[in-house]
Design a protein around this ligand. Structure first.
Ligand SMILES: [Zn+2]
Length: 449
């Protein structure tokens, strides 16, 4: 952990580091937060759990010790309400019907049922493969053009052509944006196939997550998936079951995708029949916010928000015999950094021109929900938020030589971060794996929106 303290971020905040810094001591202090937050006792800090609440109290206590002003709606806390859904899989089913013959699919092996959406008990509908299923007006790209999708299930391959820049492509693949135009076309359900080349974890492990509770914001005005009756994730290795009778195969489609050729669009020969049994409940969980007021009479009304997510995914199916998903790197590392940055600013008596609002958000793992709520209901004047710096799961495996910045070319802060990094001797690099959609996969995305 030596030399790991985020030296880069301090120049961004306009603080000169004193030469006498003991990096070992700083590293140990940073690590102590992670030890607390990611300990087995904290059971993976699932959104709405008592352990997450305990973690939120720890953060609030550290904020207070660092002299931050409470910036929640209830002290440091901004409570957020969630609807929770869990699948009862042995009472749920998925099948394909072709020429009157029904073929049952094995949930977990052939496909899984996703719970994000306005999921209905039963759905029966025809299906159409629509390539990447993208509509990108900026690039005049439209996979939906000329197709009759009314009442249909849209089947698509995640990703997109290389002609669309990564962040734009990621934006139009986000759940909310995608559903907006599919819904307008009359689609009732979606079925996603991941390209194995860009899957973060293999199907054998991804399938375990299907028993985890899914959540959505209870605030109906923030529900972006109204009308989405059914959401399926297809195992790419079994996708040919869906394509049977069409003359198309998944290997042909993947070869086209990998060769950056246009994908075919065609109706499936089978219709899809699904029964989904859900167990529903409600929980509340907390965003935690503290403010360091700025010192400039005018600029103090501008806010730089610094975010990291406090939740992880809790306890689940065991992996190598361990059922606690501790979330040390994801994202206790980011939270620890926020706590240490606020402490160092406090102890050095830093006078920053702008106000800094430190926020640990909840429910990132449930679909960036805590930050969505904060961005929709900010506890500070939204118009005056000039930047969000989000830290999620950086890998402290060696001293800091380079930093990857999502949205580097899109943000007006691109030049500032280059300047700050070069001062710290750190190389800035843009996203090298745009196909992983990291641009939309953590809390910064809600501030971008
Ligand atoms: Zn994360």
């Amino acid at each position: 952990m030596k030399n790991f303290m985020p030296r880069l971020l301090l120049p961004i905040l306009g603080v000169a580091l004193y030469a006498a810094t003991d990096f070992n001591a700083e590293g140990n202090r940073w690590w102590s937060h992670i030890q607390y937050l990611a300990n087995d006792d904290m059971k993976g800090r699932n959104t709405g759990s008592s352990e997450h609440l305990k973690a939120a109290r720890y953060v609030a206590g550290e904020f207070e010790r660092s002299g931050l002003k409470p910036a929640g709606t209830s002290g440091y806390f901004q409570p957020v309400k969630f609807d929770v859904k869990q699948i009862v899989e042995d009472q749920s089913s998925l099948a394909l019907v072709r020429s009157g013959k029904k073929q049952a699919l094995v949930l977990g092996d052939d496909a899984t049922l996703s719970l994000r959406g306005d999921i209905q008990d039963s759905t029966e509908a025809g299906a159409v493969f629509i390539g990447y299923g993208l509509q990108v007006p900026e690039k005049k790209y439209d996979d939906l053009a000329g197709l009759d999708l009314k009442g249909k299930i849209a089947v698509y391959l995640a990703g997109g052509p290389s002609s669309i820049p990564g962040p734009l492509k990621a934006h139009y693949q986000s759940a909310g944006e995608r559903w907006k135009y599919l819904k307008a076309a009359g689609v009732v359900g979606i079925a996603t196939i991941q390209n194995p080349k860009s899957m973060d974890i293999p199907w054998s492990r991804a399938r375990l997550a299907r028993f985890m509770p899914a959540m959505s914001l209870a605030d109906p005005s923030l529900d972006e998936t109204q009308g989405l009756r059914l959401s399926i994730t297809i195992n790419p290795e079994r996708a040919d079951k869906f394509f049977a009778g069409t003359g198309h195969t998944i290997s042909e489609i993947l070869a086209d995708a990998d060769g950056d050729k246009p994908l075919p669009h065609f109706a499936l020969a089978s219709s899809v029949v699904a029964h989904v049994q859900l167990k529903k409940s409600e929980v509340e969980s907390q965003n935690v916010a503290g403010m360091l007021p700025g010192s400039d009479p005018k600029l103090k009304n501008e806010y730089v928000v610094m975010t990291a997510h406090l939740d992880h995914v809790g306890v689940g199916e065991p992996i190598n015999g361990d059922s606690i998903y501790n979330g040390a790197m994801d994202d206790a590392s980011g939270v620890a950094s926020i706590l240490e940055i606020s402490r160092m600013l406090h102890e050095s008596n830093a006078r920053l021109k702008r106000s800094i609002v430190f926020v640990t958000v909840t429910a990132e793992e449930k679909g960036l929900l805590g930050s969505r709520y904060f961005a929709a209901h900010p506890t500070i004047n939204e118009k005056n938020i000039v930047a969000d710096i989000n830290l999620d799961m950086f890998l402290p495996l060696h001293s800091l030589h380079y930093i990857e910045v999502q949205g580097l070319a899109e943000s007006t802060l691109g030049d500032e971060i280059r300047a700050a990094a070069s001062e710290a001797g750190v190389e800035v690099q843009a996203d090298k794996e745009p196909q992983r959609n990291l641009f939309i996969r953590s809390d910064q995305y809600n501030f971008i929106r």
